[in-house]
Design a protein. Structure first.
Ligand SMILES: Nc1ncnc2c1ncn2[C@@H]1O[C@H](COP(=O)(O)OP(=O)(O)OP(=O)(O)O)[C@@H](O)[C@H]1O
Ligand SMILES: [Mg+2]
Length: 245
């Protein structure tokens, strides 16, 4: 098992947001997290990553069998967790290229020039050219460029368990296909014995035509209220709405 969340309760700024979340994700699985605005989806991601404002008042988070509930964020990232943020901050003075070079986990035995070449090649896969990589992280990036830049960082990092927070929102139709291809590759979905796992938040569902999800969950008011096959759960939401489902 990659990730196991047991009876998780979380407070943000003294307000209870998650009310007993249980979730298990195995190697080779990709789960979709659905739910209305404000349900607590992003809060769950931030808590799994261990951001300081997200206070766990009950429950545990296990990653590959290890209790990570009280680890620092950087320690969790080192263990192999990765994320694309819904609204990442701009980082003035830090070039995207330099960040990618730091994040690259495939850099052993490479000199700076080779590493440079490698990140430029990764960028080209997402139609982000070398000039683009010279820009400050997220500063003035368009909505769709932010999403691709987030994904590019994961491609450098190659984590084992990956959370995608609305990677498709604001992305044009052609680029949804492009980013989906990279998500499939990051999760090693073409491999029957993939050791990767993922959790993906989406509102649109269109991305699921390209990314193979194995499970879907609906989160409402900080609790998972339904789990099922992605197509069935999505269909039910479309016909009856979140609350009914
Ligand atoms: N720092 C904070 N201070 C106060 N409230 C917060 C804070 N962070 C999150 N919340 C609240 O927690 C609730 C859950 O927010 P969250 O971002 O997890 O929702 P979400 O399910 O990701 O929604 P969306 O689909 O709109 O992205 C919201 O009501 C939000 O306003
Ligand atoms: Mg959110």
């Amino acid at each position: 098992m990659l990730l196991e969340i047991k009876d998780l309760e979380v407070e943000v700024e003294g307000k209870k947001i998650l009310n007993g979340v249980n979730l298990q994700i195995n190697e080779g699985e990709t789960h979709v997290l659905l739910g209305p605005n404000g349900a607590g989806k992003s809060t769950l991601f931030m808590t799994i990553l261990g951001f300081p404002n997200y206070k766990v008042t009950k429950g545990t988070i296990l990653y590959k069998g290890q209790d990570i509930t009280s680890l620092e964020t950087h320690e969790r990232i080192k263990l192999g967790l990765g994320v694309t943020f819904q609204n990442p901050p701009a980082i003035r003075g830090v070039k995207l290229k330099d960040l990618l070079k730091i994040e690259d986990t495939n850099k052993e035995y490479k000199n700076d020039e080779e590493l440079d070449e490698e990140v430029v090649k990764l960028g080209e896969r997402l139609k982000l050219n070398e000039n683009f990589l010279e820009r400050d992280v997220n500063l003035g990036f368009s909505g769709g460029e932010v999403k691709r830049s987030e994904l590019l960082q994961l491609m450098a990092q190659q984590p084992d368990f990956i959370m995608f927070d609305e990677p498709d929102s604001g992305v044009d139709i052609e680029n949804v296909e492009l980013i989906s291809k990279e998500i499939v590759s990051l999760l090693d979905q073409k491999n029957q014995k993939s050791s990767k796992g993922g959790l993906l938040i989406t509102h649109l569902g269109y991305i699921l035509r390209f990314v193979d999800a194995t499970h879907a969950h609906i989160l409402i008011d900080g609790k998972i209220t339904r789990t099922g096959k992605p197509e069935e759960v999505m269909d039910d939401i479309r016909t009856s709405g979140f609350k009914e489902v």
